[in-house]
Design a protein around this ligand. Sequence first.
Ligand SMILES: [Zn+2]
Length: 146
Amino acid sequence: MGDTADMVGVSSKRLERLAADASKLAYSPYSKVKVGAALLTSDGRVFTGCNIENSSYGLTICAERVAAVKAVSEGSRKFKKIVLTSNLPGFTYPCGACRQFLSEFSDGLKVEIISRDRKRREFALEKLFPNAFLLRQKERAGSETD
Ligand SMILES: [Zn+2]
């Protein structure tokens, strides 16, 4: 399997390792599901996340959104790629809330999902979540530029 670097120089393999490491930190005493995310931003930084459950179930936050809020709160608002790992069988896709959340900061975001047995699938976020709800005028006008 190749370890090709993408346009900002962080390889898929490295992102996979970071996501898998992050998943070990998941706080999931109720579901036992452990998801890890490694988010590559357009400025070449990587932010990781894991799912964090809560006794009040509705407060649970997914790995993808943990990584996203870390990125935005550290000044990176354009997302190029997110790699996801999970301890569930098959492919663990981002939930609808995360798809919407990521759409806000997508810079042609690619979503790579790696199964427990290390099979890979990659999608453009726009394919997983077409016609996202966006209030920003430039997106509504269909422009991809600042
Ligand atoms: Zn989610």
